[in-house]
Design a protein around this ligand. Sequence first.
Ligand code: GLV
Ligand code: GLV
Length: 321
Amino acid sequence: GRFNVYITRSDMPDVGVDQLRKECDVKLWEKPSPVPRAEFLKSVAGANAIYCSLSDRIDKELLDAAGPGLKVVSTISVGYDHIDVQECRKRGIKIGYTPDVLTDATAELTLALLLSTSRRLPEAQHEARTGGWVSWAPTWMTGPGLAGSTVGIVGFGRIGQAVARRVKAFNTARILYFNRSERPEAKEIGAEKVGFDELLGQSDFVICCAALVPETKEVFNKSAFDKMKNTAVFVNTSRGGTVDQDALIEALKTNQIRAAGLDVTTPEPLPLDSPLFKLKNCVVLPHIGSASIEARNTMSELTAQNILAALNGKDLPAELK
Ligand code: GLV
Ligand code: GLV
């Protein structure tokens, strides 16, 4: 018989879903929103493959609910902190994800967020729209430039490196990185490996591109913000969980750091009454790092290809090992 695939929302890009429909029986949550947990637990029963996103928690309970026929969990994301990897391994369930195909898109968004935070674009547009633009003014809406600055990147994987390559084009003075292991690519990029505290102390821009794992949980805490320059701009395009958000709010309120640009928060979506939305020196985006049209389409194809390969007993094009 045909394999059963469960897809956790109705609005996954067509290209991947259509590929699955050709070979499998596809069942999906009928709304363009994350499947509610109770519904997920119920509907996933009997699935051979799950096509999920970072909004869906794939844990022991969910794997139990799917049952013994489950062969693969395929997420339309590069991050996999929402998946209990150990539990999948124990059960011989493969994990597919989407590295590489979103690297350019996420690096582009990181630069966009960096510039809109440092040069205060949302604030400036708000002023222009609401009558604050009364004349050209010499010190109004000023912020730090990238040229001549030191940029520190925490997490120097594919995305961190892609950010470094782009940042270099802005004539930065130095690029520092912190990473568990040495990265051979750093030499050609011209990035220097330093300790975490050294990076915090020397960088004008601190960018987090680190995967969320136990070692990176809330590494950006009060002590970290205290070590940053008062003029520092902090940018996070990885996961909200790398930041102690209350400590960040305090650092922004007290001008311990100058500004923050966040594509990721805790929780997501960020509640409307969050203090982060009230701070002029904070730019918050709704987790759109990989949201180029090309990247999302390619991600959806890769998510489908990972499923089809696993179901047919072949090597996954992008398996989390
Ligand atoms: C997005 O955050 C991703 O992990 O792909
Ligand atoms: C993974 O997090 C990457 O940098 O691609």
